[in-house]
Design a protein around this ligand. Structure first.
Ligand SMILES: [Zn+2]
Length: 176
């Protein structure tokens, strides 16, 4: 709840006083219905009037994202968390190996963002075949490591222009 909003505000409908509270609510999306949840907002005790703030909307956005995930056959936040943990990945590692970036899995698992169908497909396959993770780990973590290595040093002698590529082991830099 915003610090700038008063606890009570006048009701435009009946002249009464609206106060912070919750109301039982369900939402529907493409024929699917959410479970009943407590929607925070300003509600008038004398009439049906009420309104919600942007912060309050996080509650209904959360429920809506769960419905969207079900409607689109995406993995639900709890399923994503369970599958990721089964693979032994942190949220950050999962974002690096499966895609989406460092904060993606935190957001999927709180239903703040919907995972793509592609991410769900990979995660579902890995959930059934965890050994395949090793292949992905090799491809993406090696890539990450290479990106952190400084770029090749260029020698600017017009006569003998050579590029030295850094290596990842203790081998001497090779001339390429
Ligand atoms: Zn009222």
């Amino acid at each position: 709840m915003s610090n700038y909003m008063a606890e009570k505000v006048p009701c435009d409908e009946c002249g009464g006083e609206m106060a912070r509270g919750t109301r039982k609510m369900t939402i529907t999306y493409q024929g699917l219905e959410s479970p009943q949840f407590e929607m925070p907002g300003y509600y008038c005790p004398s009439c049906e009037e009420g309104f919600v703030t942007g912060t309050d909307m996080k509650m209904s956005d959360y429920q809506l994202n769960l419905l969207k995930a079900r409607a689109q056959n995406l993995m639900l936040p709890e399923e994503i968390k369970k599958a990721r943990r089964k693979l032994g990945l942190t949220q950050r590692e999962a974002g690096a190996i499966l895609g989406g970036g460092p904060s993606a899995f935190g957001e999927y698992e709180k239903a703040r963002r919907l995972p793509s169908q592609a991410i769900c497909s990979v995660l579902r396959v890995l959930d059934m075949n965890p050994d395949a993770l090793e292949l992905l780990r090799r491809v993406y973590l090696v890539h990450e490591r290479e990106r952190t290595v400084p770029p090749p040093i260029r020698v600017h002698k017009p006569s003998e222009r050579k590029t030295y590529a850094p290596t990842h082991n203790n081998e001497r830099s090779a001339i390429v």
